[in-house]
Structure formats: C-alpha cells, structure tokens
Design a protein around this ligand. Structure first.
Ligand SMILES: Nc1nc2c(ncn2[C@@H]2O[C@H](COP(=O)(O)OP(=O)(O)OP(=O)(O)O)[C@@H](O)[C@H]2O)c(=O)[nH]1
Length: 267
C-alpha cells in the first residue's frame, strides 16, 4: 500500500482511540498478564511502517452474560457515549466496531453484543464462532449473575473448539449501584471466579462511565499484542523488517456476517 494509503487509514482513527502506553489492568489479583509494557518485539515491529502497510489487524470480541446485566449499555457507553436507563432486550445479537491506533498501527475491534435471554441463545451462539476475546459480563448488584460465568465461558469455548486460546475478561457492571462495603465482598468472589476461568477481572459502570474506556483500551491492547506476537512467531525465520510483506494477518475465522440492525433480529 502506498504511504498515502497508510496515512489515510491512520487518519480515520479518532484521536480518542489512540494507544501509545500499555494500559494497566484493573486489579493485580486477577489479570491475564504480569507485564507493564508492550512486548519489546511489538514495539520494534510497529516502529516499522511495513507491518502497518500490509497487515490487517482485526479481533472479534463476544460479549456474553445473563439477561439485563448491562452488556449493551457497556458497549453503547464506549461506542456511542450514551447511557439509556430503560431496558430494551437485545434480540439475537448486536454489532459494533471500533477503530484504534495502537503504537501507530491501525487495529479494529469488532464487538458482538449478544442477547442474555434464553430464547435467543439459538441465534446468539452462532456468533460466538471465530471469537478471539470473550467478555463475560455480570451485574455487581446481583451476585447470582456471577454464578453463571462458568456456564457462559463453556458455551463460548464449545463454539471455538480447536481454535486458538481465548482472551477472557470477567466484567462486573453497575458499580454505581453497589455500596463500597458490599462491593468489596462481591469483588473477592469475582476475583476467585476470574482466577478459576483464567480471566481478567474488571468492575465498571456504564451509567457513570467509570473504567469503561480503560477496559476497552485494555481489551484492544492485549488482543492487538497477541495478534502481532502470533504473526511474529509464525514468521520467526523472517527478519522483523520484512514482516507483513505480501501477507495479511487473517483473524476472522468463520465469522458470520454482521446483523443488519440493532435489537431487531429474532429466532
Ligand atoms: N445503574 C446502572 N444501570 C445500568 C448500568 N448498565 C446497565 N444498566 C441498566 O440495566 C438494564 C439492562 O441493561 P442492558 O445493557 O440492556 O442489559 P443487557 O445485558 O444488554 O440485556 P440483554 O442483552 O437483553 O441480556 C437497563 O435498564 C440499563 O439502563 C450501570 O452501569 N448502572
């Protein structure tokens, strides 16, 4: 791709979606890595424009969890900067896409917001396939929704058998509804569950916007890093300066086409 093409792709990214620093985890006790910076190989490869020119970096995140825990609200807060206090059930699946620029490299995060209602599971599960990231959402003000986390992860794993390892997040929402003392107790349990699931724990509020941006930046950065590292490992005998030559990073494994509109699909 010509240099102007590269710059026009970069130009599409909103200044609010630029990542230059490795985002921190929410809490040390339940994080998926123990690092405080991007892998040096990532910085090195991203400083070479050639990887940006050819490689297409896209990751798919599915957002799953019990009914009404706040999945749509979390995505809408980040993507549309909006919060709706009225509940409208997700019917089937909803789709959003966000473009980031991470270490000067364009990166696209697809977000598949799925229905929590049992009767829509037949549709929703079809969209789990090809996921790289799984965000299991629960309601911090309703501990029963945390108990379902294992079941949700198993459902996601079932649809992705034989594919690469999933990057898993356990996200407690509606933090604004929970008193600090209660929150501490819920957090202890959530951290335990997160460790069992090899997930990274986050607590957010779509209503107040607490930690929402930090969460999505962390998701984007970790998945971006995993993607580039996998590509580098695949091409370990190729000089870093040549990575990206003539090859696109292929990340969409069997993605079904995006639904045409929000909250309108049904069995
Ligand atoms: N106070 C508060 N309410 C929230 C928050 N997030 C979501 N809600 C409310 O919780 C209800 C359900 O939110 P949704 O985002 O629609 O839940 P969902 O998980 O997408 O629902 P389904 O997809 O149908 O399973 C709505 O009334 C939201 O306004 C939050 O952070 N704080």
């Amino acid at each position: 791709m010509a240099e102007s093409g590269y710059h026009s792709r970069i130009a599409q990214v909103h200044s609010d979606r630029v990542v230059t620093k490795f985002p921190e985890a929410f809490c040390k006790a339940a994080r998926v890595d123990q690092k405080y910076d991007f892998d040096p190989r990532i910085r090195q490869s991203c400083s070479s424009e050639r990887i940006n020119n050819v490689s297409l970096k896209i990751c798919k995140m599915i957002i799953i969890g019990d009914v009404s825990v706040g999945k749509t609200s979390l995505v809408n807060r980040f993507c549309k900067k909006a919060f709706d206090k009225d509940y409208k059930a997700t019917i089937g699946v909803d789709f959003e896409v966000e473009r980031f620029e991470i270490l000067n490299t364009p990166f696209t995060l697809q977000m598949w917001d799925t229905a929590g209602q049992e009767r829509f599971q037949c549709i929703a599960a079809a969209y789990y396939r090809g996921a790289h990231i799984v965000s299991i959402v629960f309601d911090l003000s309703d501990i029963n929704t945390l108990a379902s986390a294992t079941k949700w992860l198993e459902a996601a794993q079932k649809e992705n058998k034989g594919a690469g390892e999933l990057l898993v997040f356990l996200v407690g929402t509606k933090k604004d509804l929970v008193a600090p003392q209660t929150y501490k107790e819920v957090e202890k349990e959530a951290i335990q569950v997160a460790r069992q699931l090899n997930a990274e724990y986050w607590a957010v509020s779509a209503k107040t916007n607490e930690k929402v941006r930090d969460f999505f930046f962390r998701v984007a950065s970790l998945s971006f890093e995993g993607t580039v590292l996998r590509e580098l490992e695949k091409r370990q005998f190729t000089p870093v300066s040549q990575i990206g030559d003539g090859v696109s990073i292929q990340l969409n494994r069997n993605n079904p086409p995006p639904p045409r509109s929000s909250k309108t699909q049904c069995c």
